[in-house]
Design a binder for this molecule. Structure first.
Ligand code: NI
Length: 169
C-alpha cells in the first residue's frame, strides 16, 4: 500500500522516533509499504516520520528497485564510526524540489536490525554513506535543512514560504 508522504513543516518530521521492540507481521507490512511508497516517489531513502510514524524504521535502495541486493530495511539503526568529509547535493521527499549541498561524513560504519530483529553491520561510502546519515537524522527528528549553513537554510525556507503562498507546496 502506498502511504502518504508528509511535507515540511508537518510536526511529526521533527519528532524523534521510538525504538522498535516488536518484530512482527505488522512491522514487516509497514516496511513493505515504505518500500512501495519510496519507489512510487522515485526516492532512494524514506524514514518512518515521512509517512507520519515516529518510529526508528527506515528503508534505503540506491537502485530504486532495480537491484534486490541494494534493498535495505534498517530498524533502530545507528552510526558506529564515521570518517572523512563529502559535500554534495542532497534532496528529501518531504522537501519537493529543494536540493542543496550538505556536508556529510564520506564513510560510515553502521549497525541496525533487520525486519526479523537480527542485528547486522555494514559500511557505506559516498551516496550510501549520505543516505544513511540523512535517513538516520530523520529518525532523530533532524531535517537536512538543519544541516545547511544558516544562509542556505534561510534561503530554502524562504523558497518554501513562497511555494506555500502560491499553493504549490
Ligand atoms: Ni529526507
Amino acid at each position: 500500500m502506498i502511504l502518504k508522504v508528509v511535507k515540511y513543516p508537518e510536526p511529526v518530521l521533527t519528532q524523534p522516533g521510538e525504538k522498535v521492540t516488536e518484530f512482527n507481521d505488522e512491522l514487516r507490512q509497514f516496511v513493505a509499504d515504505m518500500f512501495e511508497t519510496m519507489y512510487s516517489s522515485q526516492g532512494i531513502g524514506l524514514a518512518a516520520q515521512q509517512v507520519g510514524v515516529a518510529k526508528r524504521v527506515t528503508v534505503i535502495d540506491l537502485s530504486q528497485g532495480k537491484d534486490p541486493a541494494q534493498k535495505l530495511a534498517l530498524i533502530n539503526p545507528e552510526i558506529v564510526t564515521s570518517s572523512g568529509r563529502q559535500y554534495e547535493e542532497e534532496g528529501c521527499l518531504s522537501f519537493p524540489d529543494i536540493r542543496e549541498k550538505i556536508v556529510r561524513a564520506a564513510k560510515v560504519h553502521i549497525r541496525a536490525q533487520n525486519e526479523k530483529g537480527e542485528w547486522f553491520e555494514m559500511d557505506g561510502e559516498e551516496l550510501l554513506a549520505r543516505a544513511f546519515q540523512h535517513e538516520f537524522d530523520h529518525l532523530d527528528g533532524i531535517l537536512f535543512t538543519q544541516r545547511m549553513s544558516p544562509l542556505k537554510r534561510s534561503m530554502c525556507l524562504r523558497k518554501i514560504r513562497k511555494l506555500q503562498a502560491e499553493g504549490n507546496w
